[in-house]
Design a protein. Structure first.
Length: 419
């Protein structure tokens, strides 16, 4: 599995899993490349790490750290003594010592223990794994358990299993059949509230409702399914037949009625309103039933969708004023994309692109610009900079495809390569 490997440069502190040293002519460590290091003395200050199986290690002076194996030499180590809750003992490395919990020898089976301030001791409560028994009263706070017998005090929960408790009904039993607009229905949406009968009628407007008594009902928005409406006046739009007397506006039904209001009237010109009660035939905006021709500058404030071939004429090099260019803006799924520099063959050239499946930028040659995807022949190496140790894997490529990427730890000037 790939991991970050430290690059050793001048001044680096090396941390190597294996090291082979052959023909070392100066220094104090020697080896032949096929066996363990010789017993030549290692002298100097600092930390000395010995691998498992090293023998014959001799050290003079003070020592810090851990070791495995037999201890030979002075036993004048700092004394290890007991703390609170531990029986008295002393250990200085010269002899075996036993550590025990204070009071443990006097504890009884199933007794719940308590702390006396200096040791553990039996309490008056026992626990056999199913039932907790006590000689005195029990006080349970936040407990989820069953109690048998009688008790006094308060409890929390749903009260399931309680007996001898009398409950009083809080819901009325008398019905009300003649509702008034001020009558109230009580509800709860997290807090106690009420809705009046008038509020209910307003909220239900838009469906076919039968109004009780002399109550009125105001209907809003579109109403369907009503077979007849009887009213002295009506506001809004109407679909269907009208029975009775109605007053309607007269509409112009033929082109001859609006022709006098058109200026610059000519074939294929699109008409626009002038704002002064007249209509103008636009000479720079024509449509012959097949082709729409716009003469002059155009400004689009919405999206432009071309369902066909879009042709652009450009006589100079492409110049983009935007600092950032968005490619594949019409895509709704992740995929590959990049820039192709055509060579000798039409639509074939050198590609610099992003490969979605491996999450890396890369290059390839002889790429056909009409292809929907590509596989990189070589990847771009990225450099990440941080103040802490390298992350588990590079940002680009991740654990499986991030090989070759670099991480620089700025605080220690260490360099790592993912391989």
């Amino acid at each position: 599995m790939a991991t970050w490997k430290k690059v050793i440069v001048s001044g680096s502190a090396a941390n190597l899993s294996t090291l082979q040293v052959d023909n070392l002519t100066s220094g104090v460590v020697t080896g032949n490349g096929t066996s363990a290091l010789t017993t030549t003395a290692i002298n100097g200050t600092g930390n000395i790490a010995a691998t498992t199986g090293a023998t014959g290690l001799v050290h003079s002076g003070s020592f810090s750290g851990s070791f495995q194996g037999s201890f030979v030499g002075t036993t004048n180590l700092p004394d290890l003594t007991q703390g609170t809750g531990i029986t008295a003992f002393t250990y200085d490395g010269g002899a075996t010592a036993t550590v025990a919990v204070s009071g443990a020898s006097a504890l009884s089976t199933n007794n719940i223990t308590k702390w006396t301030g200096t040791a553990f001791a039996n309490s008056s409560l026992t626990d056999n794994g199913t039932t907790i028994t006590g000689a005195t009263s029990l006080q349970l706070t936040g407990a989820s358990s069953n109690l048998s017998g009688s008790f006094s005090g308060s409890f929390q929960g749903n009260g399931a299993g309680l007996t001898g408790v009398t409950a009083t009904a809080i819901f009325p039993t008398t019905a009300k059949t003649d509702l008034a607009s001020t009558d109230q229905f009580f509800i709860n949406d997290g807090t106690n509230k009420f809705v009046t009968y008038g509020n209910l009628l307003t909220d239900l407007a838009g469906t076919n409702l039968a109004v009780e008594g002399t109550d009125s009902l105001t209907l809003a928005t579109t109403i369907t399914g009503i077979t007849s409406i009887s009213s002295t006046s009506f506001t809004g739009s109407l679909l269907g037949n009208v029975n009775g007397t109605a007053s309607w506006a007269t509409n112009a039904l033929t082109a001859s009625n609006i022709t006098p209001a058109i200026s610059n009237n000519a074939d294929n010109r699109i008409l626009t309103a002038t704002g002064g009660g007249t209509i103008n035939g636009e000479g720079n905006l024509t449509f012959d039933g097949t082709t729409l021709t716009v003469t002059g500058n155009q400004v689009l404030t919405g999206n432009l969708t071309v369902q066909g071939t879009a042709s652009f004429q450009q006589t100079t090099n492409l110049e983009v004023a935007d600092r950032f260019v968005l490619f594949a803006s019409g895509s709704n799924t992740a995929g590959d994309g990049g820039i192709v520099v055509q060579q000798a063959t039409q639509n074939i050239g050198e590609l610099f692109a992003y490969e979605n499946s491996v999450n890396r930028w890369g290059f390839t040659s002889s790429f056909n610009a009409s292809s929907p995807s590509y596989t990189a022949a070589a990847f771009v190496t990225t450099t990440e900079v941080g103040t802490t140790a390298p992350p588990a894997a590079p940002i680009y490529g991740g654990a499986s495809n991030g090989l070759g990427n670099i991480y620089v730890r700025s605080t220690t000037e260490e360099i790592f390569i993912y391989s």
